[in-house]
Design a protein around this ligand. Structure first.
Ligand SMILES: [Fe+2]
Length: 243
């Protein structure tokens, strides 16, 4: 968003701890435009279920989400998508968080077609990754709301998961390591495509901003990480979303 300072880009999410929205310029980071034009070849990603049902010639099921996700996962490093992805982290996220960050080389891809089942059970990422220092980014390339968006508990350990609407042009930053989150059956008429990734700030200059996400944890919560957290992830066999 031209003219905005870094501070003006952030938007709080009322009633939820350690969760903020970052508004970004889709003209600079055109994830949806790239995927619609070059990958799925549709005018509107949120109507992908219509095009896919026509192509398939039958009712949509959960496994259709996985099949379409594989299309995204096959995008090669260096492709147009990854050029946008790299730019997003290097030009936008890293400067906000002090200049240097360590981030996922590839995001987790999600496709949640309208009318299909849950893509992700409730979980805390740290129970799988064993990485309490990471911050989550959840970025939809379609407007997300209601049962097609990410649900997050309002505070640590409450379990009162609620939908957090995020429109295209916003990225949700949150403490997914210890705030439970997941998705439910998509009963809207809108398909959601999103990416999620995690990063760790490497410098201390952005301590105030980092504290916004990691500074509200109850004392000792790191000790509640699942036994063996990180072992599966290190072995490359972890799936925290039941997929
Ligand atoms: Fe997660």
């Amino acid at each position: 968003m031209s003219g905005a300072t870094a501070g003006e880009r952030w938007q709080p999410v009322p009633g939820i701890t350690s969760v903020w929205l970052l508004n970004y310029d889709v003209a600079l980071y055109g994830f949806a435009e790239y995927l619609a034009r070059y990958v799925f070849r549709v005018d509107d990603l949120s109507r992908l279920h219509v095009a896919w049902a026509r192509h398939k010639g039958g009712p949509l099921e959960y496994r259709d989400n996985l099949e379409l996700r594989r299309v995204l996962q096959r995008l090669p490093p260096g492709s147009g998508f990854y050029r946008i992805y790299e730019r997003f982290h290097r030009r936008l996220v890293a400067p906000l968080f002090g200049g240097r960050i360590s981030y996922s080389s590839a995001p987790k891809m999600r496709v949640h077609l309208a009318g299909t089942g849950s893509v992700s059970l409730w979980h805390r990422d740290a129970d799988i990754t064993g990485r309490p220092e990471q911050i989550n980014i959840w970025l939809p390339v379609t407007d997300s709301f209601g049962t097609n968006c990410l649900w997050v508990e309002s505070d640590y350990g409450r379990g009162d998961h609620q939908p957090v609407p995020v429109r295209y042009g916003q990225a949700l930053f949150f403490d997914g390591g210890f705030l439970s989150h997941g998705t439910v059956r998509n009963d809207t008429d809108t398909t959601r495509i999103s990416f999620d990734m995690r990063f760790a700030p490497l410098q201390s200059r952005a301590q105030e901003l980092v504290a916004r996400f990691l500074g509200h944890r109850p004392p000792g919560i790191e000790a509640t990480m699942a036994p063996g957290a990180g072992r599966q992830a290190a072995a490359g066999g972890a799936s925290m979303h039941g997929e």
